[in-house]
Design a protein around this ligand. Structure first.
Ligand code: SF4
Length: 276
């Protein structure tokens, strides 16, 4: 157990490297080990949550918020998130329509803050925070200004939006799959197409979450999981005990995660000065 609090990384209970034991999940999530999907499959199959609200990629950068209730639906939603999907309205409607009592939400740090504040400091009778059992935030360097990025792909690379079938993040570049081709773009080249809010965002890991999850290039095939409290830590340990996850100590990665978080902070500070 680490139990540290760092102003950039938030409160850390423990850090793990994890991967799914299920080969089907691993094959779908080659880069990161599929630990989040496996953890959620464990939570659903053991009645710990009755649904998982997450974003599902539709085409290119587009996505929609869905509720997954089984492994098949979770696998369909697995993947990197490159656009902000409006969660709040969808989450509330689904919770009410399907009478969900305990949900897990997989989201980005800015959304984790919204859900975390609503759960921990409810203000309105219409808040539904008490039904959010786990908030899982994905590490995030930014999402794209949708129209501007698609325009850039069309103008500079001749790629039309309707031909894009997938976009995925690799170590230092972004891969755009379109028709039967793949275009690799250095991350530096596409920074300026990030959403304006992302340019001043300082939260890399999702400090309001129960669990933060991300990928570190030096640990290919494994997911970094940061637990924020004992409840989240128990969930992960029990998933391991029940055979859903393989776990290794990840505390040696604190410096590497902090380095990325500092890069994001420096970017935000530079952009704030520019905007003021
Ligand atoms: S960079 Fe910040 S504001 Fe942008 S999507 Fe990520 S968490 Fe949200």
């Amino acid at each position: 157990m680490i139990n540290i609090t760092d102003s950039l990384l938030g409160s850390i209970f423990d850090i793990y490297l994890a991967r799914a034991t299920d080969k089907e999940i691993r094959q779908r999530k080659v880069a990161s080990g599929g630990a989040v999907t496996a953890l959620l499959v464990y939570a659903i199959e053991n009645g710990i949550v009755d649904g998982v609200v997450t974003a599902k990629k539709t085409k290119g950068l587009e996505g929609e918020a869905i509720v997954a209730r089984n492994k098949k639906e979770l696998l369909e939603a697995a993947g990197n998130k490159w656009s902000i999907v409006p969660f709040a309205a969808r989450l509330k409607a689904k919770i009410e329509e399907e009478n969900l009592k305990n949900v897990a939400v997989v989201c980005l740090p800015c959304q984790a803050q919204f859900f975390g504040q609503m759960r921990d400091f409810p203000l309105l009778e219409t808040d539904f925070g008490e039904r959010i059992k786990y908030i899982i935030s994905l590490f995030c360097m930014g999402t794209f200004a949708f129209d501007a990025f698609l325009n850039y792909l069309r103008m500079k690379h001749g790629i039309k939006a309707d031909t894009i079938v997938d976009i995925s993040l690799k170590a230092n570049f972004l891969e755009v799959h379109y028709n039967n081709n793949v275009l690799q773009l250095p991350i530096k080249e596409i920074y300026s197409y990030l959403q304006t809010g992302c340019l001043v965002c300082t939260d890399y890991t999702g400090t309001w979450s129960d669990i933060s999850a991300g990928f570190i290039p030096t640990e290919k095939g494994w997911t970094v999981l940061i637990t924020r409290n004992n409840r989240a830590n128990e969930l992960i340990k029990n998933a391991k005990k029940e055979g859903y996850l393989e776990l290794r100590d990840g505390s040696h990665l604190t410096g590497e995660i902090l380095k990325e978080a500092r890069k994001k902070l420096a970017r935000a500070q530079a952009n704030m000065m520019y905007l003021l």
